[in-house]
Design a protein around this ligand. Structure first.
Ligand SMILES: [Zn+2]
Length: 265
């Protein structure tokens, strides 16, 4: 069969087209194609089983449904684009080692929003060892300056909480170390930035889900009870770090967050 190189049919029948398929593709010049009789009609009944016929130009996107949740989680870490200071986060302040910085940023990288973040960067990320103005908070987001402040290292008792989702003070207290707790807090604060930026598009939808979660008494943490903003940030953090448990705890919110993120990617 001879078909033009830019024929969309190649998106459906590029070999291998089934197990044990021995078909191949050869490129010809226009003159060579003419010498062999030119473009031929498509044979009827071209059916390719799912998973085959991927032309080399097709972009690969992993399908979350095909992975066990733990593996998906690990894969996302591997696939994550690195967040760069100066691009997705314009400025980093505070004293942490390169290793600590990488660990703290990893949670954010796992959201795979770096393209979106380039358009909507965090202006400053300040990692401090005491946040004088934030009573009882491990971080905060300032919407006017689009800046995040994180408390790190965190005080004893503000992390490694074994309680299940729904009974936590805040999702970040479930972190297994001060470092992981800081990574979770960063995703929480980033949630405020995200919510702020997409307010118009999704607020109604998110708000409706918040009201529903409230009716169901399905708040992932105490902090999530403080209103729709805290609820969204806490849910985002739970979805990012404790996906499997969160999916069980609040499947509707988990699915909605996944959908919101997918659209921004
Ligand atoms: Zn918050």
């Amino acid at each position: 069969m001879i078909r033009p190189a830019d024929d969309p049919i190649w998106e459906r029948i590029y070999p291998p087209n089934h197990f044990g398929c021995r078909a191949g593709v050869r490129s010809l010049t226009a003159r060579e194609a003419e010498a062999r009789g030119g473009v031929s009609p498509l044979p009827p009944g071209l059916e390719v089983p799912p998973g085959f016929a991927r032309p080399p130009t097709a972009r690969w996107e992993p399908d979350p449904a095909k992975y066990p949740p733990e593996l998906w989680e690990a894969l996302q870490g591997k696939l994550a684009e690195r967040i760069e200071i100066g691009r997705e986060i314009l400025e980093l302040r505070g004293r942490v080692s390169a290793r600590e910085k990488d660990q703290i940023l990893r949670g954010l990288e796992g959201l795979r929003l770096s393209r979106w973040m380039e358009q909507n960067p965090i202006r400053t990320l300040e990692i401090a060892s005491n946040l004088a103005q934030t009573r009882n908070r491990m971080g905060d987001y300032d919407r006017l300056t689009q800046s995040i402040r994180l408390l790190y290292p965190r005080p004893e008792g503000s992390w490694a909480d074994e309680k299940p989702l729904g009974q936590l003070r805040a999702v970040s207290t479930k972190g297994s170390s001060a470092l992981q707790a800081a990574a979770i807090t960063l995703v929480h604060e980033f949630g405020h930035h995200l919510y702020e930026a997409m307010r118009e598009e999704t607020e109604n939808r998110l708000f409706a889900r918040y009201i529903q979660a409230k009716k169901e008494g399905r708040f992932v943490s105490l902090r999530a009870r403080d209103g729709v903003l805290e609820w969204f940030s806490e849910s985002l953090a739970a979805h990012r770090f404790f996906r499997r448990d969160f999916r069980k705890f609040d499947p509707a919110t988990s699915a909605m967050i996944e959908d919101v993120l997918a659209r921004l990617r």
